[in-house]
Design a protein around this ligand. Structure first.
Ligand code: GAL
Length: 667
């Protein structure tokens, strides 16, 4: 991963939209940025119509002045290509480049993201504006990073997309016979006899073909990636020493396989907006920050957008409690982010996001939010050394966008098979039990981990299943949850009893799924309860650790443990509620030799980045944590015990035995 050029220390700043304001305001902006310790701003994200008001006519003067002003203040620019918001003249000149929804409606400008990423006219216009920006700013000393587009994620179902989809399918399958077989078109007579009959998934009368839908998401991820890489290559050619990135948007509507995209950016950068105003926000932060680090292959990455104040939840905006902005930002830094950036610097004068949070709110700088932002800037300024730290996790969760997408299908045995909820449940249980957690791809390197957890890996290729088995055979400790390993990458059910891909390693054969009604639970012999799912499991070598009690599955296996080679593999056939999942995961972790970060009181989060211990007191009461060293936030030596008020946080450069630092802080 590469770093923004010219930014010394951790990145701090946000999206800056000077085009929304008269120039006098820019001077105040830059003065306030200096006060707040801002060192990097994203500029130009949606400024296409200001940069090219008519086709081929460029107005860079204002942006030149913004660059010079920021440079004078020592602030680096992450210059965006504005391609997420083509100007109205573009839509009228290229009506074929307007996006079409699955039901055939063609959209028009008036918002943002109104383009079809397969339309040749749109792609050419993107390359052109990127080349113009590159020509003009590649040599400017304020340029720190290129920020391509904004949140690749919108879809389209038009004829350009159809043509491109067919090409992608030809490359994947070679011929129609293979496509027909892979999509199981024998079912409901969907057999294709000519490529021209294949379309993007559009509105259908009844349930659509699931493999068609999954392939479309795979294709679209690749198509958007091609749109990104062609801009990236234009920018790289003009300024090879300036890193290029794009901001990853999160959410299960996103047709982008981030793990795959991560290999194409110079710096993994995520936008993160928790949707839960309660403690769920901290859980979401831990989850997505760990995922971002996984995509970055363990290297530092960047939180490039987050909300300074409001959490949007269920159509309402929740004002963050005092101090939460800092805790939220630093919890990302603790997990490898190289700083904290916000959307947005100044609250806009109007428009669709007029009420979105900003570092400088409508009420101006004499506000709690600006003061907290400036305080955070000062704290980040004191934390540069943590950038050398790495998170060392004994535990890994397998993450797979394909299974996430596939489990959105409407044809599955239960609507409650929620991939993200399953992953989040495992992550939460491990996080609350104090374990550092990495995310790995199904075909990633599992060997370094003492425990590997596979939640809801519905789709799995033979090679990945074999790698999981090899990990266990070599002495690894594995936990697999229900509805994993059921289908191959074409969504064809693996025959012979579930979970086809993992039957041998788990030593079980599942004869029948018995999904549960929304409020139903099952009792287990351990006293735990399960919900969402149950099944008829036959151990074929595994030992039963918990059985169902009562009901149709009375006395039959619910949780099993199988010795396989030198390792062990557990299978969990229901969703364990309450502390049940945590107990099971901790037992497996201990058996595998995984160790938690440190013992933390309830509501207190500890994250270790090499020798720096991040401590967050999310609880409503003062807390005390055993640690020795200097708190970089206050500069105080904490002695052997750190005390934090409710909502407080600290970053302790720990000392080991005999007062020696546990890490080398020289960079
Ligand atoms: C992001 C987006 C920003 C802004 C923000 C509001 O996803 O990149 O432009 O819309 O959401 O939360």
């Amino acid at each position: 991963m590469r770093w923004p050029r010219g930014v010394d220390g951790l990145c701090f700043g946000g999206d800056y939209n000077p085009e929304q304001w008269p120039e006098e305001v820019w001077h105040e902006d830059v003065e306030l940025m200096r006060r707040a310790g801002v060192n990097l701003v994203s500029v130009g994200v949606f400024a296409w119509s200001r940069l090219e008001p008519r086709e081929g006519e460029y107005t860079f003067g204002w942006l030149d002045r913004v660059f010079d002003l920021l440079h004078g203040a020592g602030i680096a620019v992450a210059l965006a290509t504005p391609t997420a918001s083509p100007p109205p003249w573009f839509s009228l000149a290229h009506p074929d480049a307007l996006p079409v929804t699955a039901d055939g409606t063609r959209l028009l400008h008036g918002s943002r993201d109104t383009y079809c990423a397969s339309a040749p006219g749109y792609r050419a216009a993107c390359r052109r504006i990127a080349a113009e920006l590159a020509r003009r700013y590649a040599g400017h000393p304020a340029l720190g990073m290129w920020h391509v587009h904004n949140e690749y994620g919108t879809t389209c179902h038009c004829d350009h997309v159809a043509a491109s989809f067919r090409e992608w399918l030809r490359r994947r399958y070679g011929d129609l016979a293979t496509l027909n077989d892979s999509w199981t078109t024998a079912f409901w007579g969907q057999h294709y006899s000519d490529w021209a009959q294949v379309h993007p998934p559009r509105a259908t009368q009844w349930l659509p073909n699931p493999t068609h839908g999954l392939d479309f998401r795979r294709f679209w991820s690749d198509e958007l990636l091609a749109a990104f890489t062609e801009q990236r290559d234009v920018l790289r050619a003009a300024a090879p020493d300036v890193p290029v990135t794009t901001n990853f948007v999160l959410g299960d509507w996103v047709p982008v396989d981030h793990a795959r995209w991560a290999g194409e950016v110079d710096l993994v950068a995520i936008d993160h907006y928790p949707t839960d105003a309660g403690p769920g926000a901290e859980e979401q932060t831990a989850l997505w920050a760990d995922l971002a680090r996984g995509w970055a292959g363990g290297a530092p990455w960047l939180l490039i957008e987050s909300a300074p104040n409001l959490i949007h939840t269920g159509g309402r905006m929740h004002a963050k409690e005092p101090g939460r902005m800092a805790r939220h930002s630093l919890a990302h830094v603790a997990r490898g982010s190289r700083g904290a950036m916000f959307f947005q610097w100044r609250a806009p004068p109007g428009g669709a996001e007029a009420y979105h949070a900003a570092m400088v709110p409508h009420a101006g700088p004499d506000t709690r939010v600006f003061r907290e932002a400036a305080e955070l800037g000062a704290v980040l300024g004191r934390l540069a050394e943590v950038d050398a730290g790495r998170i060392e996790a004994d535990v890994a969760i397998v993450w797979d966008a394909q299974s996430w997408w596939a489990l959105r299908g409407a044809h599955l045995p239960s609507p409650d098979l929620d991939y993200l909820a399953g992953v989040a449940g495992v992550h939460r249980a491990l996080w609350r039990s104090g374990y550092a957690v990495d995310f790995v791809a199904p075909d990633g390197d599992l060997a370094p981990y003492k425990l590997v957890v596979v939640p809801g890996l519905y789709v799995v290729a033979d090679a990945a299943a074999a790698a999981v088995a090899a990990y266990v055979a070599a002495g690894g400790c594995l936990v697999v949850s229900y509805f994993s390993g059921i289908v191959d990458p074409c969504l064809r059910v693996r025959p012979g009893g579930h979970p086809g891909a993992f039957r041998d390693v788990l030593g079980v054969r599942v004869e029948e799924f018995q999904p549960l009604a929304p409020d139903a639970t099952v009792q287990l012999s351990t006293g735990d309860t399960g919900s969402v799912w149950s099944e008829l499991v036959h151990p074929t070598g595994a030992r039963v650790e918990a059985s169902y009690t009562g009901g149709r599955l009375d006395g039959l296996a619910a949780v099993t443990r199988h010795r396989y080679g030198r390792g062990t593999a557990r299978y969990v056939s229901t969703r364990l509620d309450g502390d049940g999942l945590a107990r099971l995961l901790v037992a497996a972790a201990e058996e595998g030799g995984a160790r938690p970060v440190a013992a933390a009181p309830e509501g207190v989060e500890l994250v270790r980045r090499s020798g720096w211990l991040f401590v967050f007191n999310h609880a409503g009461v003062e807390c005390e944590v055993a640690t020795a060293g200097v708190d970089l936030v206050t500069g105080a030596d904490v002695g052997g015990r750190l005390r934090l008020p409710p909502g407080g946080y600290a970053v302790v450069r720990e000392v080991g035995l005999y007062g020696r630092p546990t890490i080398d802080t020289r960079r």
